[in-house]
Design a protein around this ligand. Structure first.
Ligand code: GLV
Ligand code: MG
Length: 388
């Protein structure tokens, strides 16, 4: 047996530390974008604080690792702690995360001082270059010590970046290592370097990675189809995270001018099952908000499926297409996601997702999902044979 026994898996590691979250208690926050802010730059720090107070991003992350010059890391930590001290109750309108330096650097312990000074306001600590479950377990103990000593009420969660070949090979062990794990992100820049990939980009496709179509007419040019460089890794990431019940995320897209390319990468990740992506530039925030929110067209289809088979049993035809227990579960993904966004954004989102009436012959499903039981409750109790 590797790892902790199921009996002790959810016990606090240190006497007096808060109990780790379980599937039932873990926060269900909307996290479409993790917005990176370099607190070493006073202008960026002020903007980050403004975003946190206004809730204009889902998550604001104070970055202490790569992209922060080594000699400015102390200033970044200092500015972040100053912001923490200025926050009053209720001022924080977005998730508050930090990215530490890697475990093998002395900077890491300096980053932990920020956690100590946070009075429990930091929701998630992102750890770079995680390679095995022992990396997570080490930080797990350290956080439990800090939480117990400082009397934090809720556990701080951990988020791992997948950015080494070894990390990819051990991904399932990492994902299942601790109940403290929130999710994982792809780190395509470091991963490319570690793998010896031939690219100088931060995420995104490569123009020379692809295949030629068969020659149709001898002598005529053959069409070139660019391939998706990250598909294999994203598949591993999504499957490991879903196995462990944690959240998968796309990472950074470094070409800030290429909004179309950024949208395509984020959309692929969303379709494959990711909850969000990193945003490094303000123009990427709206892309992530749009792409990781359900499309109202999909919502309408989802509502029609659930309306036609409320308990998710059997099979029906809608517009000539078969729907059954499995597509009911697919529909619930959209409904639960929309319900969470309505919870965060209120009436405008409710109108966008549940305003348009279903076609005349469809029964209305809104009373079933939103005026009685929530979509989330329906997803976990309706057809529980299969959702369990
Ligand atoms: C992110 O940290 C990356 O290396 O892509
Ligand atoms: Mg990196």
């Amino acid at each position: 047996m590797s790892g902790r026994h199921p009996r002790t898996f959810f016990k606090p590691l240190v006497v007096g530390a808060p109990r780790p979250f379980t599937d039932e208690t873990r926060p269900r926050n909307v996290e479409r974008m993790i917005h990176f802010v370099g607190f070493h730059d006073p202008k960026m720090a002020a903007k980050g604080e403004e975003m946190l107070r206004a809730g204009s991003v889902d998550v604001m992350l104070g970055n202490f690792e790569d992209a922060v010059p080594v000699d400015q890391k102390p200033a970044a930590r200092g500015a972040f702690v100053k912001m923490l001290r200025s926050l009053g109750t209720g001022d924080k309108k977005a998730g508050l995360w930090i990215r530490t330096n890697q475990l093998g650097s002395t900077d890491f312990m300096d980053d932990m001082e920020v956690v100590k000074a946070s009075s429990g306001a930091i929701d998630v600590v992102m750890i770079p270059k995680v390679e095995c479950s022992a990396d997570i377990i080490r930080v797990d103990w350290l956080l439990a010590q800090i939480e117990a000593a400082a009397g934090f009420e809720k556990p701080i969660m951990l988020h791992a970046i997948l950015e080494t070949a070894e990390g990819v090979e051990r991904i399932l062990d990492i994902a299942c290592s601790s109940p403290r794990l929130h999710g994982m992100s792809l780190g395509p820049a470091d991963l490319a370097a570690d793998r010896g990939m031939k690219t100088t980009r931060v995420g995104g496709p490569h123009p020379d990675y692809g295949t030629f179509a068969d020659a149709e007419v001898p002598g005529m040019p053959r069409a070139f189809h660019q391939g998706e460089l990250w598909h294999y890794t994203m598949g591993r990431l999504v499957d490991a995270c879903k196995t462990a019940g944690i959240k998968p995320f796309y990472g950074p897209f470094g070409d800030f001018k290429d909004l179309v390319g950024c949208e395509a990468q984020f959309r692929n990740a969303a379709i494959m099952g990711c909850d969000g992506a990193w945003t490094l530039h303000p123009t990427q925030v709206e892309i992530a908000r749009r792409v990781f929110s359900p499309d109202p067209k999909d919502l309408l289809t989802a509502r029609r499926i659930v309306a036609a088979m409320p308990d998710g049993n059997g099979a029906v035809m809608i517009d000539g297409k078969m729907q059954d227990d499995a597509t009911w579960k697919q529909a619930m993904i959209f409904l639960v996601q929309a319900e969470q966004i309505v919870g965060k954004e209120g009436e405008t989102a409710r109108t966008r997702y549940f305003g348009p009436a279903l076609p005349p012959n469809d029964p209305r499903i809104i009373p079933r999902t939103f005026e009685g039981r929530s979509a989330l409750a329906l997803a976990s109790t309706g057809n529980s044979r299969q959702m369990a």
